[in-house]
Design a protein around this ligand. Structure first.
Ligand code: SF4
Ligand code: SF4
Length: 372
């Protein structure tokens, strides 16, 4: 059984100690940075920079508290993420979302280089075989994983496992391209795109939402570039007439996420990673989408643990107890109290992520909550 430290989002007293940044400071003291990190040690603070329209990322004030706690013990932190778009543009996205050297008090660097192809192939497991771990994350000796808990188009739930599985590996590898990187998980989890011409209203939303220009139209016929398509599923989701189908193997996809997260973790010595899950602004989609919808669940708080499986299980269990927020997608979908909100929205068996992570020996689903 692992310890999961928790601070609720609610504030009862009007003083700093009871604010969320104040509570995060207290959590960081409680877990003890010295138990994991050493003076002079480089420590990656892994987060997700978001996208130009998806602003609901882990807020810079929280990253700053993590950085300051590491600086206090003499460690040398930097804030990092892997590239989703051209590297310089991605740094500008981080900047627009408030994450820069000034705000977080540490360098903000790209984990897989300006071109998103600086990675090292690491033996994974029975599903992925090998995967391209971002070189900075591969080489750094220690890491704090700051994850924004939310929904996700493919994984249903996205937290620490997803943050490492997709965000700890690069999009491309110099030798074997995108099929060795994070796209490999999408590829094994999805089949071929099917277009129903009869239903199509030629709105072109699918073409416009595709991040890889894998869809075009020629004489009112959809042209799909199979080789370029990462199977991210955005086109299927954006289509309002259900004209597109991208068959999913959800179980294989969830298990590949756990496998990839475990592969990234295998590049660290034991007890060199601390996980922090931010259950705030819990929106239905990933922070890499072009927009962030309103939250479907009220802010719940911050969790911290050295065990990725425990923190994910605890986060999922809390979400199961949550009520759907009025005015959100949860209300539009008529989701009721007591129902699994993320399951109802995405229809993905997301709990498989933690089941597989435990099976792979990454941690325990049994946990003890220590609330501060
Ligand atoms: S699945 Fe993603 S990459 Fe493939 S065509 Fe659709 S939007 Fe483009
Ligand atoms: S989004 Fe759907 S309806 Fe619109 S063009 Fe694409 S397939 Fe057709």
């Amino acid at each position: 059984m692992s310890k999961v430290y928790f601070a609720s989002a609610g504030t009862k007293k009007w003083k700093y100690d009871d604010s969320m940044p104040g509570k995060l400071e207290r959590l960081l003291k409680e877990i003890g940075m010295m138990n994991y990190f050493s003076p002079e040690e480089w420590v990656a603070v892994k987060t997700h920079f978001g996208s130009e329209g998806a602003h609901r990322v882990v807020r810079p004030v929280f990253l700053r508290k993590v950085v300051d706690a590491l600086v206090r013990i003499g460690a040398k932190p930097f804030v990092t993420d892997t590239v989703r778009i051209a590297g310089l543009d991605y740094l500008e996205v981080a900047n627009q979302n408030g994450i820069n050297h000034l705000s977080v008090n540490a360098p903000v660097v790209l984990a897989d280089g300006l071109y998103g192809n600086d990675s090292i192939m690491i033996k994974a497991g029975e599903i992925l075989d090998e995967i391209a771990v971002a070189s900075v994350i591969h080489d750094v000796p220690a890491m704090v994983v700051c994850s924004h808990v939310k929904g996700h188009i493919n994984s249903g739930y996205a937290g620490a496992i997803k943050n490492l599985a997709m965000g700890g590996v690069s999009g491309y590898h110099r030798a074997c391209g995108w099929k060795c990187g994070r796209g490999s998980m999408h590829l094994i989890g999805r089949g071929e795109l099917v277009w129903d011409k009869e239903k199509c209203e030629l709105c072109y939303q699918c073409r416009d939402v595709c991040p890889l220009d894998a869809i075009d139209f020629s004489r009112e016929e959809l042209v799909w570039n199979d080789d370029a398509c990462w199977r991210c599923g955005r086109c299927e989701r954006a289509c309002e007439t259900a004209s597109l189908t991208l068959p999913a193997d959800n179980e294989r996809f969830m298990r590949s996420l756990a496998e990839s997260a475990g592969t990234v973790m295998s590049t660290f010595e034991p007890k060199k990673i601390v996980f922090i899950n931010f259950m705030t602004e819990i929106q239905p989609e990933c922070d890499c989408m072009p927009a962030a919808d309103v939250p479907v669940i009220q802010d719940m708080g911050i969790l911290m643990s050295e065990d990725i499986v425990s923190i994910e299980q605890a986060s999922m269990d809390m979400l199961l107890e949550a009520s759907p927020l009025p005015g959100s997608l949860a209300e539009h979908r008529k989701i009721k109290d007591g129902e699994d909100i993320l399951m109802k929205i995405h229809d993905k068996p997301y709990m498989l992520q933690v089941e597989e992570a435990e099976r792979l020996g990454l941690g325990s689903r049994k946990y003890e909550i220590i609330e501060i």
